[in-house]
Design a protein around this ligand. Sequence first.
Ligand code: 5AD
Ligand code: SF4
Length: 473
Amino acid sequence: MTEPRKLYVRSFGCQMNVYDAQRMTDTLAGHGYVETDTADDADLVILNTCHIREKAAEKVYSELGRLRKSQEEAGRRQMVAVAGCVAQAEGAEILKRARSVDLVVGPQSYHKLPELIAQAEARGSNRRAGIVETEFPVEDKFDFLPPPSRAAIAKRGPTAFVTVQEGCDKFCTFCVVPYTRGAEVSRPVARILDEVIRLADGGVREVTLIGQNVNGYHGVDAGGRDVGLAELVRRVAQIPGIARVRYTTSHPRDMDDDLIAAHRDMPALMPYLHLPVQSGSNRILAAMNRRHDRELFFAIVEKVRAARPDIAFSSDFIVGFPGETDEDFADTMDLVEKVGFAGAFSFKYSSRPGTPAASMDGQVPEDVKSARIHALQALLDRQKAAFDAACRGRRFEILLEKPGRFPGQLIGRSPYLQSVVVEAPVEAIGTLALVDVREVSTKSLSGDIIGGEFFAGNVGEKRSARQSEKVEA
Ligand code: 5AD
Ligand code: SF4
């Protein structure tokens, strides 16, 4: 038997890249590759890259430099592939800038990886001739990407991402996604359900449905009917074993009444909604081509809160978009004050080649961006700390995910994605526990288990049987 070859995939950027990395790993598993945890002992290194901001894109080149150096020091040859959104956006440029790269592959061609790697290998030591595959192929990669094995699912733990929609047609003027991920495409309902059934069978309890514009999801079901995200969430939540559903990332324009009703009617749909708003200024929202104003955002927040009173929001913000004045920024701060967020990501505007905003007048100086991001992050941090502090004394259902730092500890997630440290045996991983939150720190909550699936013994037996399979697998 030939030795298995070792594969190391490093992902940058969003959750879709995490999902894609798994699908690449699953694909290559069928071609004799096993995963390894470090680049150093890998035969094949895949950098799964992000192009969203300049900093993210530049990380690729520093990582490639590091890889090259360690290869030289160790005097050995590794195959290096650049995948993801930088691969799509920069293509052959990457080969010019980093000669150690053998293969550049865009997100729509991952099903071709084995064939592309074989081609790159066939070129042997002629390293100047790297391969570039950045077409948007006519076939759907999902039809060809093999599913994960049961052992792979178990290894990845009780939560999983599932891509249901990819690409974006919204064309926000700052954003590369419509160019790197292409037009909006929704996967058919049956394919998604099959994938979730398989995951549930492998022990997954929580799925996060992901898409660049996930609430714009419009798939067809087996009967040829058009299905929106709300209906998809309902069908996913009915799959035996699935206890929790989340979805991300949403656009305010696509928060329709059916989806808001799903938040009201479905306990399995977690009460934590990531809804990027980007700016609180109507002038800037228009320049960003967001297709909504701050009033629409307030109206959605109000409706969702009325439907699900325990809901919490997180969001994305950009400061220093071209033309942003002090008043515009004050409007963003005002929006944050008015809504109150439990979590948030905020970024300095980064000019991206080929996007409309890159050539707009009124680019904001770096020091102004820095001052604004500091002020915004301080406010968002205060809100997050206040939200977390208010969780002390609350009783949450926690999904126990993995061992904690100390023996006898497990780490789970609250409905609001907070890490919660509890004392529980490893056999309880993958079960829901009812926890009284006692302590709140900046990074996590901790509390006491007062009941739950494993502890009440109702599904405990079944779960622990599954767990022992995991250990053996
Ligand atoms: N500059 C800064 N932040 C950006 N984002 C997207 N494009 C840019 C850019 N050019 C942010 C948005 C988006 C998140 C994923 O990244 O806030 O919601
Ligand atoms: Fe980065 Fe966007 Fe690509 Fe995700 S889709 S990897 S956030 S550029």
